[in-house]
Write a protein that binds this ligand. Structure first.
Ligand code: FAD
Length: 430
């Protein structure tokens, strides 16, 4: 019987010959030496076809230990197969934190850093930007160590598994703090006029934009002292059913996408109309811990100075009924500071990121919004999230990333036989 690997929502499926579960670096070295074509698979949450598609697959789910914690320098070293949630829970216990976190914790740390997984906020950058050292098994099966200060670190921070199998990672953390978080709906013209100021005035800012309703749901947060605990004000009991209700409503819209407009209005009224107040660490108070249904995701990023113009165009296009690009809510608007990773969305510039999702993952190929959003962001030199769905190819990416050619040459030098390439990555990087 054929072995089949499948992504979490079943949209990507590949056959494979061998799937290994090493728990030591030596085993990883042996597997890499013996394989002709190899990819590391994490939890398979990426919508882009970047995880499998080779004869040999390696899961690092048993290579998942915390190796050391340096309390003085706030550094933590882990094996790359560790789940982000295990790492974050351990960091919480040890009084450590990251300055920003993605809205998912059920992913591997290796998968998160390979793809530029990120959060939002005044000082937010992707998790890769907090790497100060990493170890990697290269295509010949040798172990390379890359430390901060090495000019090449920028290439390895976000490398889609193309430069080798990352084994150990040391992160620079910050001391754990608590945050007071406020959430409320705001009319589009109000949040648009205020988001730059809100970004200056708050440590955390996230806007869940609600297309076809005229509103965004604005979440701001600030670090406070433990004794400044605010009284939490949570939404009604039925809030925990938001994803299930959304899925139900959007399934009804498959045949007539215009029904999405009504679905969005219902969802806004039910789930995004009340003020809420939360208190806790960034991890406790802002990260979704479980999801009732699968999604298919795209996410685009743009220079913050170009966001306003882009947003007006986007809103106009989405409201134009003739193009049938009605969008499921929310579209997640997040903010990041400039980064140094060669393939970082935020390389050299402060950016706004914007998510676009469909809850009907199996219908993703017919979801018109993906194409519309991509075309608009590309008009503004936007860059796509590596783990998510996009169509543009290497010519466009070459134009968008100043270090593109350097990365392509480094990849070729480190892996001349293309051991770490699958068909999708080959199209982009060869
Ligand atoms: C519901 C949902 C919410 C999300 N929220 C966010 C968010 O808030 N912010 C954000 O930025 N992203 C987000 N993502 C994207 C997600 O973070 C990425 O898809 C991430 O890569 C998933 O990790 P994974 O373990 O599933 O990796 P996989 O998808 O299995 O693999 C991703 C890539 O990492 C490579 N890889 C994994 N481990 C290693 C290793 N040790 N060495 C070399 N390469 C390796 C794989 O080969 C592959 O190329 C979200 C995705 C979903 C489905």
């Amino acid at each position: 019987m054929e072995n089949i690997w499948s992504s979490w929502n079943g949209n990507i499926r590949h056959s494979y010959e061998n799937l290994f579960f090493p728990d030591t670096e030596n085993e990883i070295v042996k597997i890499v030496k013996n394989a002709q074509k190899l990819r590391v698979v994490g939890t398979g949450k990426s919508s882009a076809d970047i995880a499998a598609g080779t004869s040999t697959l390696v899961s690092l789910e048993k290579y998942n230990q915390i190796l050391s914690i340096d309390h003085k320098s706030h550094r933590i070293t882990v094996q790359s197969g560790i789940l982000l949630k295990t790492l974050l829970q351990e960091m919480e216990k040890n009084g450590l934190a990251f300055p920003a976190l993605p809205d998912i914790d059920d992913i591997t740390v290796g998968g998160a850093i390979a793809t530029g997984t990120h959060g939002t906020g005044k000082n937010a950058q992707s998790l890769s930007e907090y790497i100060v050292a990493l170890k990697m098994v290269n295509a010949s099966g040798e172990i390379d160590t890359i430390q901060s200060g090495d000019p090449a670190l920028g290439a390895y921070k976000i490398s889609l598994g193309l430069l080798g199998v990352i084994t150990e990672i040391t992160f620079q953390c910050i001391p754990r703090k608590v945050m007071s978080i406020s959430e409320r709906p705001m009319k589009d013209d109000l949040w648009l006029a205020a988001y730059k100021r809100m970004l200056q005035e708050n440590d955390f800012l996230r806007i869940l934009w609600l297309p076809h309703t005229g509103y965004g749901y604005v979440i701001t947060g600030n670090y406070v002292n433990e004794n400044e605990r605010v009284l939490e004000k949570k939404g009604p009991w039925y809030y925990s059913y938001r994803r299930a209700v959304s899925k139900f409503l959007y399934q009804k819209a498959i045949k007539k996408p215009a029904r999405i407009v009504t679905a969005n209005k219902i969802l806004k009224k039910l789930f995004f109309s009340k003020e809420q107040q939360k208190f806790g660490s960034l991890y406790d108070a802002t990260v979704t811990k479980s999801r009732g249904s699968t999604l298919e995701l795209a996410e685009w990023t743009v220079d913050i100075d170009r966001f306003d113009t882009l947003f007006f165009q986007l809103k106009k296009e989405l409201n134009n009924k003739t193009n049938n690009a009605f969008v499921h809510i929310p579209m997640d608007v997040r903010f990041m500071k400039a980064e140094t990773g060669w393939l970082a969305n935020g390389l050299g510039k402060n950016i706004v990121t914007m998510g676009c999702v469909t809850r009907n993952a199996e219908e993703a190929n017919h979801y018109k919004a993906f194409e519309l959003v991509e075309n608009l962001f590309l008009e503004h030199d936007g860059r796509p999230h590596w783990a998510k769905r996009f169509q543009c190819g290497r010519k466009v990416l070459n134009r968008l990333y100043p270090n593109w050619q350097n990365f392509v040459e480094l990849r070729q030098k480190r892996d001349p036989e293309g051991k770490f390439l699958n068909a999708y990555l080959e199209k982009i990087f060869i």
